[in-house]
Write a protein that binds this ligand. Sequence first.
Ligand SMILES: [Zn+2]
Length: 319
Amino acid sequence: MSNKWKFFWIASFAAVVFFQACGMHSWEELLVSTTDEKKMGREFDSLVRDRHKDVMQSGEELFTPQNEAQQELYDYYRARGKEIVNAIDKKDIEALLPSASARLCRNNPDNRNETIVCTKDNFFEFKIIKSKQLNAFAVPGGYVYFYTEILKENNTRGNGFRSESELMSVLGHEVGHVVLHHSRESIVKQAAAAGVIGILLGDGIGAVLASLGANFWLLGNSRDNESEADVKGFEYTNKIGISSEGLSDFFARGLKSYDPVTGKCSEEKEGSLFDAFSTHPPSCERVNNNRKRMEAVNQNYLKDRPGEKFTDLVKAAGI
Ligand SMILES: [Zn+2]
């Protein structure tokens, strides 16, 4: 074995021992810790609350329930998010939590200053933004946002969620992005591409974000990350016992040329997706892969479980 290879193997072994000793899960965590992730998420969330123009378009604001029906919808939405969180593997959720000494989670959503240690139960926050955009997204630290437009079956384009399964599938997908630390991955990649990895090591994450811009989290995810988040989302809906078909249904509506019988899209139209779900662009491949996953486990759950119907709650809330 040449000296070069010996060095490589010894360095790799040392890195593994080092990560394990520090409770780390990847080399990217060296640059962006789970505490950094939570801080970034909170910072972004403050901008959302303040309707900052870097992250909110004109007319957009954080949704706060104004009446009983809206409260009911909001509670239902957050309960579904919690259900997804409860389906996350123990090791995955542990890998998200900042160190116990970091008092980073909000104790009370109405008080932005009061904070407590993050636990599995309070790490994720599910919010709604009043908006005409058809999208949902997640930022590091477990902040998940759905725009009102995507929740409405009868929105102006008639393409919002039509079942609980669609809501749960997209919730699962967003939580998947957080669990897989996709934002951390993209910030490290972007910092490397922008030649500012040194800043990441020196002045820290705040300086890098300042150089990349506050709307960094609103940029799209890579194709691979989208597929990985789909797989996680599937895992969660399947574990909960609700149909994962919502992901295929919702995406198929976003593909102008999708043929549900053949599962094919005409090639010249494949690129002509509508502007929906812009940070997570659907594709024929994603729709079909989701169908294959369902077939592989012979999944046959309901799209709407008995009880309160999500689409009815949305209509009653009049959002
Ligand atoms: Zn996505």
